[in-house]
Ligand binder design. Structure first.
Ligand code: PHE
Length: 357
């Protein structure tokens, strides 16, 4: 069973992986709980079409582990989890999300879930009918999570530009955003506000239209990688940077909100060797997690400015250290997050809730 799921769990340090199937709604999926050593596991629910169960499981596990790394470098006392639901036309989605709510409720607070690709406010409200362990939309929740991610990405980009050129000098910059969804659109607004020449690509025609109204130049998606620009911002799905796409890139910096845009870890080194500055994805995209976790653990909203500042400073630190050591920033950041994770695991929370003193 070298390549089986149990071996993969042991290699990646996972605590639990649940296979999900609900007879009533017809939904199927997985939940990977990566780490709960210092607090609940937090992470989004992704609804997506996968080619096979194996592909869905692999994606689920990779995304869950990335959430733990986000917590470690984001200074968040929580761990990572991810849920993926297989998109299918015959699923009754309202019932499916209610079912997921009951699964989460049954875990007794070990897991709390939030938004991700395919799961927005409407879906979270369906989950919230069955459990409190979910980021609530509207006034009763942590507020605009995608704005928190966008702010972190903006400040992380700024740190990267300052690292290379000594200044951000926004009005002189050209930024290409891949994906103008929940985060990409807010990021575009922020960049345009700073005076940037912003371009983007979007496959969904409705979203593309909305972005054009904002003043974002729409590019043909086949041209996005080859576009000469200061920053390429992946804000859609993972796995887009690989052996075929990397040689076509003409950006100096890669900095965006997508989880796991590198097809494999080694691609960070390939970018580094080509002289492209890759800002570690799990560092720059932690804004929503930081805001959601703060609300979940402390019942208060963390101001977007604080989140942006913290992410900007962390990116700056990672880039400086990586440059000093001659390593790729991603490699350095993963190493540092794994060291922090080991520290957490050496001093875990007791399994039973702490007794009131
Ligand atoms: N999709 C978010 C991320 O990948 C998940 C999330 C946001 C989870 C907010 C909890 C709270 O970071």
């Amino acid at each position: 069973m070298e390549n089986g799921i149990l071996a993969a769990m042991a290699r990646g340090g996972f605590e639990r992986v649940l296979a999900l199937h609900d007879r009533r709604s017809g939904v199927r999926g997985y939940m990977a709980i990566h780490d709960t050593s210092v607090g609940p596991a937090l992470g989004g629910v992704r609804r997506w079409v996968y080619r096979s169960d194996e592909e869905a499981l692999r994606d689920c596990m990779r995304l869950a582990r990335a959430m733990t790394l986000k917590c470690c470098l984001g200074g968040v006392d929580a761990g990572g989890v991810k849920t993926v639901l297989l998109d299918h036309p015959e699923v009754d989605w309202e019932a499916a999300y209610e079912y997921l709510g009951r699964v989460i409720e049954g875990l007794g607070g070990v897991v709390s879930c939030g938004p991700d690709v395919g799961t927005g406010e409407r879906e979270l409200a369906w989950i919230a009918r069955e459990t409190h362990h979910v980021t609530r939309p509207g006034a009763r929740g942590p507020g605009r999570l995608s704005a928190a991610t966008a702010e972190g990405v903006f400040r992380g980009m700024q740190a990267a530009l300052e690292h290379l050129d000594g200044e951000a000098d926004w009005p002189r910059r050209h930024v290409v955003i891949q994906g103008l969804g929940a985060v990409g659109r807010v990021l575009a607004e922020r960049l345009l506000g700073a005076g940037v020449r912003g371009a983007g690509t979007e496959l969904d025609p409705e979203r593309a239209g909305a972005a054009e109204e904002l003043g974002v130049e729409l590019l043909d998606p086949t041209r996005e990688l080859g576009e000469e620009c200061d920053v390429f911002a992946p804000c859609a799905l993972g796995g887009i940077l690989h052996d075929l796409s990397i040689p076509r890139l003409r950006a100096r910096i890669i900095a965006g909100s997508a989880n796991n845009p590198l097809a494999r870890g080694g691609h960070a080194d390939a970018l580094h060797e080509r002289g492209v500055l890759y800002v570690p994805d799990f560092v720059i995209s932690a804004g929503a997690l930081m805001r959601g976790a703060h609300f979940h653990l402390e019942r208060r909203r963390k101001p977007l400015g604080h989140i942006g500042e913290r992410i900007g400073a962390t990116v700056q630190g990672v880039l400086e250290r990586a440059a000093a050591e001659g390593s790729s920033p991603q490699r350095l950041a993963v190493h540092e997050a794994e060291r922090l994770l080991e520290e957490r695991r050496a001093d875990p929370l007791p399994a039973e809730p702490l007794a009131p003193s």
